[in-house]
Design a binder for this molecule. Structure first.
Ligand SMILES: Cc1cc2nc3c(=O)[nH]c(=O)nc-3n(C[C@H](O)[C@H](O)[C@H](O)COP(=O)(O)OP(=O)(O)OC[C@H]3O[C@@H](n4cnc5c(N)ncnc54)[C@H](O)[C@@H]3O)c2cc1C
Length: 498
């Protein structure tokens, strides 16, 4: 069984690990599993503790530092979720594959950065398939589909009447009525699933090493401050802060794989200045942190008349955040640059918040620009760690693409005879739970930080395998692709290299 414990309770020394993974989210967990399958002894270092089943994201995250944003306030979110399992512990389990257009978006978009990925969708295919089996994705590979919710059915009918194709969402949630299936206890969003019907790194045993030749030790309560470089140009140790004991500890390493999310990973590299890396690790060309990209998107809420065929909209909502979507506008002649995104059902987190309303979410990948970046501020937090600062402004083209999708969402709600439609306020630049682009991947060190397998250019034992290596954010929810790509990169670490 995988050893998961607070780092203060780790009594052995740290010298018997072949590799150390920073971050226990879906990327770090699948990397640790892949290496343990190869017989490695892996430590996973995680800042946050375990999240209780049924916990809400907001109160859970309240303890962790915010980021400074362009308005000068500490109101940015530099995390998905800081806990064992990362953002997957609270996610909505929407599990789309990316399309080739996401990996070669330069056919639609132009920015001042290389936007195409150094790999193709075909190269991700076998890893998508493995993750779909591991997570038991509904509707794929013989797993049953997750049925549309009452609001999902209403939306699906409205879309069909408008000539817009609608589909059921592939979810990493076991459908109701199946073995250990969903019991529709709440509305899922921003909630740690209390029954394990929804996949997480713990609920699907991704971190379970019991049948593997290697071992995985998850040590939480430990913030990795810096990667320390040796004179030979190799990473030699990690400097970590343990808030519980107010101690700085040093963990020697053979190999480190950073999977801390696109914001925290870039910040860690920038903090890791040394004589060997005076601007931070991998940052000779000043690229680390640049190309920060979230999703452009938002929510439209339709307020329904009880008499107007919207009777299903007057029941509370229990079950997944979302069951129905359309990809009609993903690549679409009417969209600005012919590149739109997804529109899907998006229920509020609490069942009763949904009474009388139907809510839609629209998302698309944001353009990466070099002026959008993660930087370190001069001010430090209570532990002496420099605050993360987002320098960010959205592009005109992104605003046009977003407005196009919002208009299409409003068309659907209007067709449902919503008597009022409101677009929720949108705060670009304050962060998102979809984080990409700050450690760009490619073969040329002049316009990328890591190679196509996540190895930092010019260094032999520092790798990055999270969403930060995604050159374009993609028009879909990213976790399936983050995991498949992390698995691909971890598989590429040959036996001899570990
Ligand atoms: C409410 C919510 C709903 C979501 N819904 C979906 C969805 O339906 N579909 C989808 O595809 N995606 C969804 N996401 C996004 C998804 O959670 C992320 O894409 C995914 O978690 C990214 O995985 P990761 O491993 O790269 O990063 P993370 O999950 O962020 O994991 C990184 C881990 O590293 C730890 N860490 C960071 N810095 C340090 C450090 N210096 N020292 C030690 N540890 C550190 C963090 O605490 C964290 O646990 C959602 C997210 C949220 C919050």
């Amino acid at each position: 069984m995988t050893d998961i414990r607070h780092i203060a309770a780790h009594v052995c020394n740290y010298t018997n690990f072949d590799a150390v993974v920073i971050g226990s989210g879906p990327s770090g967990s699948i990397v640790a599993r892949t290496l343990a399958e190869k017989g490695c002894h892996v430590a996973v270092l995680e800042y946050g503790g375990p999240a209780c089943p049924g916990a809400m994201l907001g109160p859970h995250q309240a303890a962790y530092s915010k980021a400074l944003t362009s308005n000068g306030h500490a109101d940015g979110n530099p995390w998905t979720a800081c806990c064992v399992g990362g953002g997957m512990g609270f996610y909505n389990a929407i599990t789309f594959r990316y399309r080739q257009a996401d990996l070669s978006a330069s056919q639609y978009l132009t920015t001042d950065m290389a936007i195409d990925w150094p790999i193709t969708v075909e190269e991700l295919e076998p890893y998508y398939l493995e993750i779909e089996h591991l997570l038991e994705i509904s509707g794929a590979n013989g797993f049953p589909s997750y049925p549309a919710s009452p609001r999902g059915l209403m939306l699906s009918n409205a879309m069909q009447e408008l000539g817009i194709r609608s589909k059921t969402i592939p979810l990493a949630i076991r459908p109701p009525g199946t073995n250990k299936g969903c019991i529709n206890c709440s509305a899922c969003d921003e909630l740690a699933c209390p029954t394990d019907a929804r996949a997480s790194v713990l609920a699907r045993n991704i971190l379970d090493d019991s049948a593997l030749p290697g071992t995985i030790s998850v040590l939480y309560g430990c913030f990795v401050n810096r990667i320390q470089m040796q004179n030979d140009g190799r990473a030699g140790a990690l400097e970590c802060y343990v808030p519980l004991s107010s101690e700085l500890i040093r963990i020697p390493i053979e190999r480190v794989i950073v999977c801390a999310n696109a914001i925290q990973t870039a910040a860690l590299m920038l903090r890791s200045k040394s004589d060997h890396a005076p601007k931070g690790i991998g940052n000779e060309s000043g690229l680390v942190g640049r190309g920060l990209s979230f999703k452009i998107g938002g929510y439209s809420v339709g307020y329904m008349e009880r008499a107007d065929g919207g009777s299903d909209a007057f029941a509370p909502h229990w079950g997944p955040h979302s069951t129905v979507y359309t990809d009609e506008f993903y690549e679409h002649n009417g969209a600005p640059c012919k590149f739109g995104g997804l529109i899907y059902e998006a229920n509020f987190p609490l069942p009763n918040e949904n009474v009388g309303v139907v809510r839609l979410h629209y998302i698309a990948g944001e353009e990466p620009w070099s002026h959008n970046r993660v930087a370190l501020d001069e001010a430090a937090d209570q532990y002496g760690t420099p605050y993360i600062r987002f320098e960010y402004r959205s592009s005109e083209n992104d605003r046009a693409r977003r407005n196009f999708l919002a208009d299409r969402a409003d068309d659907i709600l209007r067709h449902l005879r919503a008597f009022r439609i409101e677009r929720e306020p949108y705060f670009p630049g304050k962060g998102s739970s979809h984080l990409h682009g700050t450690m760009r991947a490619g073969s040329d060190p002049r316009n990328s930080v890591v190679d196509s397998c996540g190895r930092v250019h010019g260094l032999t034992n520092i790798h990055v395998m999270d969403g930060s290596v995604m050159n374009f954010a993609g028009n879909s929810n990213p976790t399936h692709t983050i995991m498949a790509n992390a698995r691909r990169m971890a598989m590429s670490l040959g036996e001899g290299a570990i």
